[in-house]
Ligand binder design. Sequence first.
Ligand code: UT7
Length: 334
Amino acid sequence: MSKKTPYNAYVSAVGHYFPDKVVTNKYFESYLDTTDDWIKTRTGISERRYLEKDQPTSYAAVRAARMILEKRGITADEIDLIIVTTVTPDMFYPSTATRVQKELGAKNCWGFDISAACSGFIFGLQTASQFVENGTCKKVLLIGADKMTSIVNFEDRNTCVLFGDGAAGFLLEPTEDKSIGVIDAILNIDGNGGEYLYQPGGGSLNPPTHETVDKKMHFVHQDGKVVFKEAVKGMADVSYDLMQRNNLDSKDVAFLVPHQANMRIIQATADRMGLAMDKVMVNIHKYGNTTSCTIPSCISEYFYDGKVKKGDNLVLSSFGAGFTWGSILLKWAI
Ligand code: UT7
């Protein structure tokens, strides 16, 4: 699919940051009615990384951003726009993008946050690409960052074992070569899914009170079974549709890059696309579900391991709270 804009947006650098603190399944065994075996077989997760109490989401985002700038060999002054995708902003306002901008010392840019839960990064990628494709921005820093431990109820075995903290992202730049970069996107939201995965407290609907805290309304609430079923269908369908619409066979796809929420959802999506698991990026076993960070961190790790090559077709796919879901075809350019 060739776009009518003057440029395509391509990824000129990628980076990630995970905290040092590792928490294995054994930790949860020590105080909850759960087992290492249950967590591994039902989710694919073995361990996750946690930020410290005094390290907010921007702490991880800034570190991922610094890696990206270093790899590209540019200074923060050259960035035109910073977009942070997150459901765990440092504060409701100012945006986490402004906090990242300040820490980086990026003096010539504007920026904002995007909230789309687990689809945050691909919604952010489509948004960031528009500014590059139409010639408005030359260097856009897009970071997916979440400190999920700040909104997880550590007494709820249904959710606390699933999540981790981290940040990762891209630098996006324009190219006149229309065959590379962000090629196509199919994105969706459906608010009917809102009651199955949400954080009810803290916003204008249920402002913080002693009662909202007592009722644990500031934590992640999930009906795992419903979300699982919808995620399998949503991610598999949209990834398959994207392949069909771009005339891609399974042999044309170098990697599926799925959101890392559950290994069984990842496998079902790969099956539908006709892809063997060696063509699927996976890091859920090491980090759990890091929400906005899962997709860019997979790409960053696989790229620096030498597994992603220039010209590779990557199909990025996600499903999350909202519901939000979608898929992006990215032709790797570096
Ligand atoms: O990233 C955003 C999108 N989120 C997702 O895509 C997550 C989608 N959902 C899932 O990944 C899965 O539904 C879970 C991993 C959350 C749960 O797995 P499941 O196979 O769907 O389990 P379930 O919810 O059907 O629960 C089966 C049993 C229940 O016990 P009973 O009612 O059958 O006695 C749960 O209470 O497993 C129990 N259970 C656990 N047992 C041990 C739930 N969590 C745990 C646990 N350890 N940590």
